[in-house]
Design a protein around this ligand. Sequence first.
Ligand code: PLP
Length: 439
Amino acid sequence: MILRSKSETLFAEALNYIPGGVNSPVRAFRAVGGKPFFVNRAAGCRVWDVDGNEYIDYVGTWGPAILGHAHPKIISAIKAAADFGTSFGIPNPSEVTMAKLICSLVPSVQKVRMCNSGTEACMSAIRLARGFTKRDKIIKFDGCYHGHGDSLLVKAGSGALTFGHPDSAGVPADFAKHTIALPFNDTDTVTAAFAANKNEIACVIIEPVPGNAGLYLPKPGYLEFLRTATQENGALLIFDEVMTGFRLAPGGAQERFGIKPDLTCLGKIIGGGLPVGAFGGRADIMDLLAPLGPVYQAGTLSGNPLAMAAGIAALEELTERQRAKGKRQKPEAAYERLEQLGAQLEVGMRAAARSAGVPVTFNRCGSMFCAYFTNEPVWNLADAMKSDRERFKKFFHGMLDAGVYFAPSQFEAGFLSTAHNETDIEQTVNVAMGVMKKL
Ligand SMILES: *Cc1c(COP(=O)(O)O)cnc(C)c1O
C-alpha cells in the first residue's frame, strides 16, 4: 500500500468545513470506497499528490486537459492576461477572438455566448429553446448529464447516477414534470413521445456521445433520426458537447458524425482549465437572447479575460500547432495522435482483460473511453448498469495503488491527452494486466 497520510489529514480537516469534504461529489471516492487523494501539482499526463505519489492521469480534470496539465502555452497566456487585470465586466477583445474561433471550428455555430460552466450553458440553451419555440417540455436521455440545472436533474448521469439519486431533492416536481427522460439509442420511444406531446416539445437535448455514464456511442443513424424527428416536430435539437466539443474533432461530435444541431453547449476544453462554458448555434435563435431579444441570460464573469486567454491558447494549440511548426501536417494532427493513443490503449486493455479471463467491454471514441466489467455490449444506461461494480472498485484501487489514476466511478469516461505517450500507455496496460489477474 502506498502512503497517503497527508491526504488523509487534509480530507479529515476538509470534512469539518466542506460538505463531504469536496466541492463536487464524485471527488469523494464514494463510488469506489476509500478516501480521495489531494493533488498539489500536475504536469503533462501526470499528477502528484501531497504525499509525493505520482500517477498517470486518465481523468484530465474531467476532460479539459486535452493538451495535458500545465501546458506551457496556456500557462503563459494566463500569466500575460493576468498582468492586464483579472476581470473587467466590460467587453474585451479576447471575447471576440474566442467567439470567432468557436464559430469557425464548430460547424453549426453561427453565434455564441460565453458563460462560466457547462451547467450554465445547458440551462441557458434550454431556456433559449423554450423561448424560441414557446413550448415547455424537453426530451433528455437516461444517463446523459447536462449539469445540475433543476429541470435537467432527471435520470442524469455522472455523480447523480453514481450516488443513486437520479432525481435530486430540492427539485420541485413542477419543474421536473416538463422533462421527458427516454432511453438512449432507442428511436421508438422518441417517436412515441413526440406523438403523445404534439406541439409541446421545445427541444431534444443529448450528449451525442454520452460520457457521463461511462461511455457509449450512438448507433449508426440514431443522431440522423433525432435531427429529422426534431425538424418534423418543430422542436430544436441541442447537442451538449461540453465534453465532446474540441475532443472528438476540432468541431466536436457534430463534425465527427456530420450532424448539425440547432444549438450546442460547450465547456471544459474551451476554458483551458479555467472555469468556462458557452452555448451557440443558429443566429436566428441566438438573437433571441437579451439584449436583442426576450430570453434573459447574463454573467458578471462571463467572457472573463483569463478564461478567454487560456481557452484561446488551448484551441489554437489543438488546431494549429503542427502548422505553426511548419511541419506541413494537417491542423488535425493532434486528433490523429489522440486516435493512435486511444487505439493503443483499447487494444492493450482488451488483451489484458482476455489474458486475465475478466469479461470487459471496452468502449472508445477517439480519446474518450470506458471499461465496463461485463461481456455484453453497452449502448445505453441499462446496459452500463450491468457492469460488475464490485470488480470495478477493485480494479480502480489496484490501478491507483500502482500509480494509474482512472476516474473513481464506473460511470465516468476516461480521457487521453496529447501529453500521454506510447510508454505511458504500455505501462498502464502492464499494470492493468497484473490488476485484472487478481480480480
Ligand atoms: C461536465 C458536463 C457538464 C457540466 O459542466 P460543468 O462545467 O461541470 O457545470 C454538462 N454537460 C456535459 C456533457 C458534461 O460533461
